[in-house]
Design a binder for this molecule. Structure first.
Ligand code: BGC
Length: 453
């Protein structure tokens, strides 16, 4: 324990420090829930839904052609043109669109009209209006898929809550919005989760990739299951294809109370102030949307107790969500006894003239929250690898937390190693632009439409 950290602070973060025994327990409970999601008779009441994605082919590396992709579900909305020219030559033209936050909680019609408008603008700018290119729609929310290009929204997550979309086929809503405009020819051939795009994108270059993971605004994983185990797929016993990608939707793990033994009082406060209280319990312990707020809650409590930032009266830190998760990555980037990034963060928060002990305490709190996130993620991945019963696997990963936190990769690796059976080999690989090139690859393997060369 760093000596500069006050006992009160140590006590406050204690709940985030999960030991090996508890981690093993998380794996055990998660294994049970995962199996419930897969099996037909328990699926309806399972919390980890293990949705069938209808993606049965991993890329061969030989996919070619031009595809459009839409990416909705993170912090911004993107339209992409992906040209698969060769295995090491993928040309991507993309544009991010400012996503007015009012759209996140407005009507579904406004949301899809906005997507169609951006798509139309993008196609005009790139002279694609009449090309009728196949489109892969990366829609990163829980979908009950009924085919590769049909997905019913089960629930919104990550702060989205648009009216009139839950229970509807989002591909149809997109096509309707495109048709309302009447100025575009677009053929949506696939809808996919970002984890699936991440898996596909990584598998394009790493043939042994079997798991896709996102640790960003939200968190989730998908993996390659044997078709015969994907009981919720109508053709699970007769399909000629041996594999089926399963979108676990692991964020919902714990929604039935089985994670209470690792949750803290701070987790409960965060949950209450989200638009989906009681939902996405595991995700709220892991992902970037919530980590900063967890840190902030501890800090504010410490300020209230007079043990941190004494004499500094920052109003900003008292505001909900004012402590961005990216601050955690910044603060933990500083070397020992160094506070360059920390000072910047404190400056942004309007905290001036703090003591070294305050900065050490702040770093300590950040480390507690980020290491718990990595531990939980390790538990999730180990659950999946055990379920797959394989000895070697590549895991494709994307998301801002994994990418930008300086120690996340190492922590994840360390805890997985400790939890996995000896001899199981795994590699954690950053997956490039799953939502773009992954979407193109799903569209390509869909084989429903002949790509334009
Ligand atoms: C969504 C998943 C998604 C994950 C990562 C979660 O909130 O439910 O579908 O894969 O975020 O973006």
């Amino acid at each position: 324990m760093p000596s500069l950290v006050n006992m009160e602070v140590e006590l406050a973060v204690k709940g985030f420090l999960i030991d090996q025994e508890k981690m093993a327990e998380v794996v055990e409970r998660m294994t049970k829930e995962l199996k419930m999601g897969l099996a037909k008779d328990t699926h309806p009441r399972a919390v980890i839904k293990c949705f069938v994605t209808y993606v049965q082919d991993l890329p061969t590396g030989k996919e070619r052609g031009k595809y459009l992709a839409l990416d909705l579900g993170g912090t911004n909305f993107r339209v992409l043109l992906v040209n698969l020219v060769g295995q090491s030559d993928i040309q991507i033209t993309s544009k991010s669109y400012d996503f007015p936050s009012t759209l996140m909680t407005g009507t579904g019609k406004a949301l899809f009209d906005f997507l169609a408008e951006c798509l139309a603008e993008f196609c005009k700018e790139n002279g694609l209006e009449n090309d009728n290119l196949p489109l892969g729609f990366t829609f990163s929310f829980p979908l009950q898929q009924q085919g590769l290009s049909k997905g019913i929204l089960v629930a919104w997550t990550k702060g989205f809550n648009c009216e009139g979309v839950v229970g509807k086929n989002v591909v149809q809503l997109l096509q309707d919005a495109i048709e309302r405009r009447g100025d575009l020819k677009i053929n949506t051939v696939a809808v996919l989760n970002d984890t699936v795009g991440t898996l596909m994108s990584c598998a394009f270059n790493h043939p042994n990739c079997r798991i896709g993971l996102i640790v960003g605004t939200g968190s989730n994983a998908c993996y390659v299951e044997k078709t015969v185990n994907a009981e919720c797929f109508e053709g699970y016993q007769t399909s000629p294809k041996p594999s089926m990608v399963i979108n676990c939707e692991w964020g919902a793990f714990g929604d039935n109370g089985v994670l209470e033994f690792v949750r803290t009082a701070y987790d409960k406060v965060v949950d209450k102030v989200t638009p989906n209280p009681g939902k996405q319990t595991f995700e709220k312990c892991i992902s970037g949307m919530y980590m900063g707020e967890l840190v902030r809650l501890v800090v504010v409590e410490m300020i209230g107790k007079g043990v941190m930032f004494v004499g500094d009266s920052s109003q900003k830190i008292q505001q909900r969500w004012s402590f961005k998760s990216s601050y955690i990555s910044d603060i933990e980037s500083d070397g020992p006894g160094e506070y360059r990034s920390c000072n910047k963060v404190l400056h942004e928060l309007g905290i001036i003239g703090s003591q070294e002990a305050d900065k050490e305490a702040l770093r300590f709190i950040c480390e507690a929250v980020s290491s718990r996130s990595a531990k939980m993620c390790a538990c999730g991945l180990v659950t999946i690898i055990n379920k797959m019963n394989i000895n070697e696997v590549v895991i494709g990963i994307d998301g801002s937390v994994y990418r930008y936190h300086p120690k996340y990769h190492d922590m994840l690796h360390f805890h997985m190693r400790k939890l996995l059976k000896p001899g199981v080999k795994f590699e954690l690989v950053v997956s490039e632009d799953g939502s773009g090139r992954g979407a193109a690859l799903v569209a390509a393997t869909a084989g429903q439409s002949k790509p334009k060369m």
